[in-house]
Design a protein around this ligand. Sequence first.
Ligand SMILES: [Zn+2]
Ligand SMILES: [Zn+2]
Ligand SMILES: [Zn+2]
Length: 277
Amino acid sequence: MRLKYYGTGAAEGIPGLFCDCDVCNYARAHRGKDIRTRSQAAIDDKLLIDFPPDTYMHVLYGGLNLSKIHSCIVTHNHSDHLYPADIEMRRNGFAYPEVDSPLTFYCSPKTSEGIKEMLQKYELEKQNRVLCEVIEPYRPYNIEGYTVIALEANHDQRCEPYFYIISDGKSSMVYGNDTGYFPDRAWEYLENNKIVFSYVSLDCTAMDLKGWRNHHMSLDVCAEVKERLVSIGCADKNTIWCIHHFSHNGLLNHSKLEEAAASYGFLVSYDGMEVEF
Ligand SMILES: [Zn+2]
Ligand SMILES: [Zn+2]
Ligand SMILES: [Zn+2]
């Protein structure tokens, strides 16, 4: 599988839309890997993960070609992961898709509400342009030839947040933004199913601050997740570990974060990063 991170920032992005803090000013001056748009990724440019307000920016500058993508799994409905307004742009006259097949969003019941509102308002389902399918946690779904399993996230429970296991039959990965230390039910599933992950991408909103374990994580807590995944047999010496979804509140620029992450054995994602496993 090839994973590409199009965006690696938290809700406000780095630099934050309206922010004048040191991290944001450093990013403005140095640009490059210090600029972080809102989180989005794709697998083999076939399976999209999340639909943030920076999706259009990823189309403009990141090489994302949405006319070729027909499936998007959504973690939850916070605005940095789901920006329903742009879904309208797939309606008749606004888009001439290459193939007459719809874009389908997959998500939890609560997250589906905002998508379904758009589908109804602009008759997107009727036009066969956009569909939305609710998926249940802990059940494997075949999406674009991948096995996708949603796990419940430790995050704002009002949006029934998920994080995902994705497998292509050869390798498996965890994609987990916007989750604190995994909830018991997720651990139970992992322990009972013993999938060995080639790649694990964890929320590290708080960077190298200490003890963030609810809603989001810091590096020390990501290290606890890593240790537990290894101890239950879900990871081995070949597993690649990476952190993503960063906020300026973590107070580090990219290179300082790389130094901190290396000491825990994690790579640090950046906008445009591609990895194959
Ligand atoms: Zn987020
Ligand atoms: Zn800032
Ligand atoms: Zn969130």
